[in-house]
Design a protein around this ligand. Structure first.
Ligand code: SF4
Length: 370
C-alpha cells in the first residue's frame, strides 16, 4: 500500500537530486511492465527532468519475424495444434500472423499457461494429434515452460512439443551497450525477470560499462525508490547494481527455477526483431530433449528470402525504439498508419509494447519524451 507521506518524501528526494545533476537524466526501463506502470502512475509528468526510455523487455516486441514464420509453418503441419499466448496471434512475420494462419484453417489456440498445452496433449494422448506450445518470453516465463516439459515427461506424453524462442535479458543489455549511439544514465531493471535470475547477472553493467542499475518493483513507491537510488549513484559518480525490491529479488535468484531452466535449456544465438542476432541471448532445448523440440521434429523449411535480416516492417522503427534510439512519437506511422487496432509493428501489438503504451497513455507526450 502506497503512503502519501512516503511518495512525497521520495518525490522531494528525486527532485533535489535532479537539481544537483543539473541536466536532463536518461533512464531506460528495460521491462514493458515498467513502461506501462510509469505511464499509469504519471511519473513522466511528475519528473519532467527524467527521460524514461523503453528497452528491449517486451517479449512480443522482440520476437523475430523468422520465429513468427516458423510458428506459422509448424501450425500448418498436418494434425498439429499450435498453442501460444494471446498477444502472439497478431504479431506480423513475413508470412502473415498466426491469426491469419488460423483463418486459413490452421489449428491455433490461445492459452494462458504452457501447462494448458500439456493438458491438451493429455486429452489427445493416443490419437494422432500433436500439441506444440510456441514458447516466447523472458526468464520470467521460462521456468514455467520447463515445468510443463517436466510434467509432460513425467506423464509419458509423446505428443507434446515446444517451439522455443525464449530470450534472455542480460545478453541483450550487453549488446545494446556495446553498439548503442546515445548515452544512458542508468537502468531500471526488471523486477519479475530478476526474481528468477537475481541481481548478480547484471554485474557487468557497472563493471564493464560504469552504468548505475537498480532492480525494482512496479508500484509507484517502488519505482520512485529505484529512481532515487539511481540518482544517488549518478550524483556520486558511482556505478553498481542495487536492489530496491528485496522482498522479491535475491542476489542469487530463485535456485529451483534456475535449476529447472538449466535442466532443459541451453543458450543459443538468437535473433531479436529490429536488433539482429545477439550471441547466447536465446534458449533452445538441450540435445537430450530433442524429441520434444518442434523445430527438429517437423520437416519444414523457410525460403531463404523470407524473414531474413533486421529490416523494418514497412517503415516501422521498433528496432530503434527497443534500443532507446527513438521514441514511438518519432515514428511517422505512430497513431496514423499504426494503431493498436491496426498494428504495423510488434511494439504496437502488445499492451506492454512501448508504442502501444505511448498510444494509450501518452496523447500529451511531446517529442522530448515527456
Ligand atoms: S508506431 Fe507502429 S510502425 Fe511505428 S515503430 Fe511503433 S509499431 Fe512500428
Amino acid at each position: 500500500m502506497e503512503s502519501k507521506g512516503e511518495i512525497e518524501r521520495l518525490a522531494s528526494g528525486i527532485n533535489s537530486l535532479l537539481k544537483k545533476v543539473g541536466r536532463p537524466v536518461k533512464l531506460m526501463e528495460v521491462c514493458g511492465t515498467h513502461t506501462v506502470a510509469i505511464f499509469r502512475q504519471g511519473l513522466r509528468g511528475l519528473f519532467p527532468g527524467i527521460s524514461f526510455l523503453s528497452g528491449p523487455g517486451c517479449p512480443v516486441c522482440v520476437t523475430a519475424k523468422r520465429d513468427i514464420d516458423c510458428s506459422i509453418m509448424i501450425a500448418k503441419q498436418p494434425d498439429v495444434t499450435l498453442m501460444t499466448f494471446g498477444d502472439m496471434m497478431r504479431v506480423p512475420g513475413a508470412l502473415g500472423t498466426l491469426n491469419g494462419a488460423r483463418a486459413e484453417g490452421a489449428d491455433v489456440k490461445v492459452v494462458y499457461s504452457p501447462l494448458d498445452a500439456v493438458s491438451a496433449a493429455e486429452k489427445e494422448r493416443g490419437k494422432n494429434r500433436k500439441i506444440v506450445f510456441f514458447a516466447t518470453g523472458f526468464e520470467t516465463t521460462i521456468p514455467l515452460v520447463a515445468a510443463a516439459l517436466e510434467l509432460a515427461r513425467g506423464s509419458g506424453l509423446d505428443n507434446f512439443f515446444i517451439y522455443s524462442v525464449h530470450k534472455l535479458v542480460p545478453p541483450a543489455l550487453r549488446a545494446l551497450l556495446s553498439v548503442r549511439k546515445v548515452d544512458l544514465d542508468g537502468f531500471i531493471l526488471p523486477g519479475h525477470v530478476s526474481a528468477i535470475i537475481g541481481a548478480s547477472p547484471y554485474g557487468f553493467l557497472a563493471e564493464d560499462f560504469h552504468i548505475p542499475a537498480v532492480v525494482t518493483g512496479f508500484e509507484a513507491e517502488e519505482i520512485m525508490e529505484g529512481v532515487l537510488m539511481l540518482l544517488e549513484q549518478i550524483t556520486s559518480r558511482s556505478a553498481r547494481v542495487e536492489v530496491a525490491y528485496k522482498k522479491v529479488v535475491k542476489d542469487a535468484g530463485n535456485q529451483k527455477a534456475l535449476f529447472l531452466m538449466d535442466k532443459y535449456f541451453e543458450p543459443v544465438d538468437a535473433e531479436w526483431r529490429g536488433i539482429g542476432t545477439i550471441p547466447a541471448s536465446g534458449l533452445k532445448l538441450k540435445e537430450e530433449w530433442k524429441a520434444m523440440d518442434a523445430e527438429s521434429f517437423f520437416d519444414f523449411k523457410l525460403a531463404p528470402h523470407v524473414s531474413s535480416g533486421t529490416s523494418s516492417d514497412s517503415g516501422c522503427s521498433c528496432g530503434d525504439i527497443l534500443r532507446g534510439l527513438k521514441l514511438p512519437v518519432d515514428c511517422r506511422l505512430f497513431g496514423s498508419g499504426c494503431t493498436p487496432d491496426h498494428p504495423l509493428g510488434a511494439c504496437m501489438v502488445s499492451t506492454e509494447g512501448s508504442c502501444a503504451a505511448y498510444y494509450k497513455y501518452g496523447a500529451f507526450i511531446k517529442r522530448n519524451g515527456q
